[in-house]
Write a protein that binds this ligand. Structure first.
Ligand SMILES: Nc1ncnc2c1ncn2[C@@H]1O[C@H](COP(=O)(O)OP(=O)(O)OP(=O)(O)O)[C@@H](O)[C@H]1O
Ligand SMILES: CC(=O)N[C@H]1[C@@H]2OC[C@@H](O2)[C@@H](O)[C@@H]1O[C@H](C)C(=O)O
Length: 371
């Protein structure tokens, strides 16, 4: 048995998730979540990161300063997590650090994906071995570099008889399809489009606070069918996987370009929730085998009761389960994935699924930084 820490800060830019995970050397045993926490980014750091994601030009000074501040925050999250369990740094086999995605451009002429991270500094500050830079090897091998979580979903959730769909509702939504053990169904995984990032951004613009708590504001509005149709015309939704996306594609400007100008703000919010529910349901529907499919929902969107209701309305007959039934909280699945991917790296096992990302083959992902 060994202990790993996974660090993830996703497209919502809400905080750094840190998960303490116990992993057995035998690949057959499922990793176990021991504890986790989220350290909020704070107003200044969030603003600096958001600016980097939106800027067309970036100064090295801004990049360097933000990278250091971000890394200090990661180290603080690790410190708090280890402190809770009285664990010294030597007790941790490795930290798996995702970093903060600043730009993801798998469709550029020269494709790239950039995660802000400073694993050398993180190793220095924590005294732990760090594994980082998980995405770029997959892209170097011709893949999308995202989503990476499906291989972790496969390890955690594959069932003997049932088909399982795992849906992450973060800033972006991604879906994994796992056939039952022994079935010939390949693993499928891809980003379906926006989950919460448009909902959050519209809320910030028109209301106080970053989150439409439980989707209550959206629930009080009326879906604007014409706007919904224009939003759903986005060609990304019809692309066949492998595919991945991010803030570069789905941002407030993308919504504004499709407004007529006379919509009530609350109706736009209702419509954005419906956009997430419909685009996810459309993506999932093709994989639902009647009466034999579970949908396991994770990510912050699982706490948005209105979004969950709209999703269920578009997927009648599908049984919706929380990760909790499997010993994971919906909030910590992604951080857990990067702890587990660090374990894979240390043991030189591949971290990607070529059938998901489109890479030319399995690859060992990430670089190792000594403590
Ligand atoms: N109580 C709640 N009510 C409504 N929405 C919520 C609630 N709690 C969380 N959320 C939503 O979940 C989001 C955070 O989700 P999560 O932390 O899974 O995203 P992420 O990991 O940053 O994104 P990604 O998976 O795309 O990288 C918040 O920004 C918010 O939109
Ligand atoms: C480039 C990037 O950071 N992508 C994230 C993002 O957040 C959700 C979705 O888009 C997913 O593709 C991915 O994260 C998870 C952890 C993944 O790779 O599976």
């Amino acid at each position: 048995m060994a202990l790993f820490v996974g660090l993830m800060s996703g497209t919502s830019l809400d905080g750094i998730d840190a998960a303490l995970v116990e992993i057995a050397d035998e690949a057959a045993q499922r990793p176990r979540l021991i504890d986790a926490l989220c350290l909020p980014l704070g107003i200044e750091l969030r603003k600096a990161l958001l600016e980097l994601t939106q800027a067309s030009q970036v100064s090295f000074a801004a990049l360097g300063a933000t990278e250091s501040a971000f890394c200090d925050h990661q180290a603080e999250a690790v410190r708090q997590l280890l402190c809770r369990h009285d664990l010294p740094p030597e007790a941790i086999a490795a930290i798996g650090s995702h970093g903060q995605t600043i730009e993801h451009a798998p469709y550029a002429d020269a494709p790239f994906t950039y995660q802000l991270d400073n694993p050398s500094r993180l190793a220095e500050l924590t005294g732990c071995q760090v594994v980082a830079d998980f995405r770029r090897r997959d892209m170097a091998a011709g893949g999308q570099a995202a989503p990476l979580a499906p291989i972790f979903h496969q390890a955690l959730f594959t069932d003997t008889t049932r088909t399982r769909l795992i849906l992450n509702l973060g800033g972006i939504a991604n879906l994994t399809r796992l056939g039952p053990i022994g079935s010939s169904l390949p693993v499928i995984g891809f980003d379906t489009g926006p989950a919460n990032l448009l909902i959050d951004a519209w809320h910030v613009r028109h209301r106080q606070g970053p989150i439409d708590e439980d989707g209550r504001w959206a629930a009080s509005g009326r879906i604007d069918e014409a706007l919904l149709e224009r939003l759903l015309e986005e060609p990304y939704f019809d692309l066949t996987p492998p595919k991945s996306t991010g803030r570069e594609q789905f941002h407030l400007g993308w919504v504004e370009n499709r407004l007529r100008g006379n919509e009530a703000a609350v109706d736009v919010q209702a419509t954005l929730v419906e956009l997430t529910a419909m685009s996810v349901a459309q993506a999932a529907r093709g994989f639902v085998e009647s009466l034999n499919t579970d949908l396991i929902v994770c990510g912050g969107g699982a706490r948005n009761g209105h979004l969950m209701q709209r999703l269920a309305a578009h997927l009648p007959g599908v049984s919706v389960l929380g990760c909790e039934a499997f010993g994971w909280s919906a909030d910590w699945l992604e951080a857990g994935a990067f702890a587990w991917l660090a374990w894979r790296r240390i043991h030189r096992m591949p971290g990607n699924l070529p059938e998901v990302t489109g890479a030319s083959g399995p690859r060992v992902l990430g670089g190792i930084y000594a403590p």
